[in-house]
Design a protein around this ligand. Structure first.
Ligand code: SF4
Length: 229
């Protein structure tokens, strides 16, 4: 399905409306590349509050360094992983695999990739469990390395409904690329502004512009939304 294109230059206006509505974006408590890999793997299909609970549990009971995670006994990690939802054993494996990769392939210091060229840093992050292209780009963006606006499913849904790109029900990759192409000329500049845009679009998709039953009547950007029209 192809929606009518939005008016040129609307993205900064939409982001401004979302910021007014939701307030200053809340960034994850994770700092640096390794912590953000752990953050991504902290839970499965559960709200951010639970993700934060697991992450802070790791911080308090284990430590957030690769060495601390690697040396931690499974009996300590498993109860924390259970807080993170289904398949806790897989989560423990992913935490320790992330630690092992950091220790063996990055001399224990994953933060060194933040000084690398963006494509090389992306490739490094995709060695880690569950980290694909959008996840790697998001981690780098939250670490201050800007190269466009990575979108997760909520942000992508919001932008397609507003009218950016094309909806491909059976081809997520094609839909993702069409939205990226459409927003490219209107992106804010700099890592901080792009990271704020990522967080605001995700928040909007989770709060009002939900998959089924978007609350268009309460939406601050309904006046510029093709779906609502
Ligand atoms: S008007 Fe409705 S469909 Fe459009 S962005 Fe808002 S909630 Fe989503």
């Amino acid at each position: 399905m192809k929606l009518q294109p939005v008016l040129p230059g609307q993205l900064p206006v939409l982001l401004g409306e979302l910021r007014r509505h939701y307030g200053a974006p809340q960034f994850p408590p994770a700092r640096g590349a390794f912590q953000l890999v752990l953050w991504e793997n902290a839970c499965y299909l559960l709200p951010d509050e639970r993700r934060a609970q697991v992450f802070e549990g790791l911080r308090a009971q284990v430590g957030l360094s690769a060495e601390a995670i690697w040396k931690a006994p499974k009996e300590l990690l498993l109860p924390l992983a259970k807080l993170g939802g289904m398949r806790p054993e897989t989560r423990v494996f992913r935490w320790q695999e992330s630690a092992r990769i950091t220790l063996t392939q990055f001399d224990g210091d994953l933060e060194q990739i933040l000084a690398w060229p963006h494509p090389k840093a992306m490739k490094a992050l995709k060695l880690f469990p569950t980290i694909g292209d959008p996840g790697a780009a998001k981690i780098l963006l939250l670490c201050g390395m800007a190269a466009g606006l990575p979108l997760e499913s909520n942000g992508l849904r919001v932008l397609t409904r507003i009218g950016y790109g094309r909806v491909h029900l059976k081809n997520y990759g094609a839909m993702y690329h069409s939205v990226q192409e459409a927003i490219a000329p209107e992106l804010p500049e700099g890592a901080t502004a792009l990271a704020e845009a990522h967080v605001l679009l995700r928040e909007h998709g989770k709060s009002l512009c939900k998959t089924s039953g978007p609350a268009c009547g309460e939406c601050p950007v309904a006046g510029n939304c093709k779906f609502a029209a």
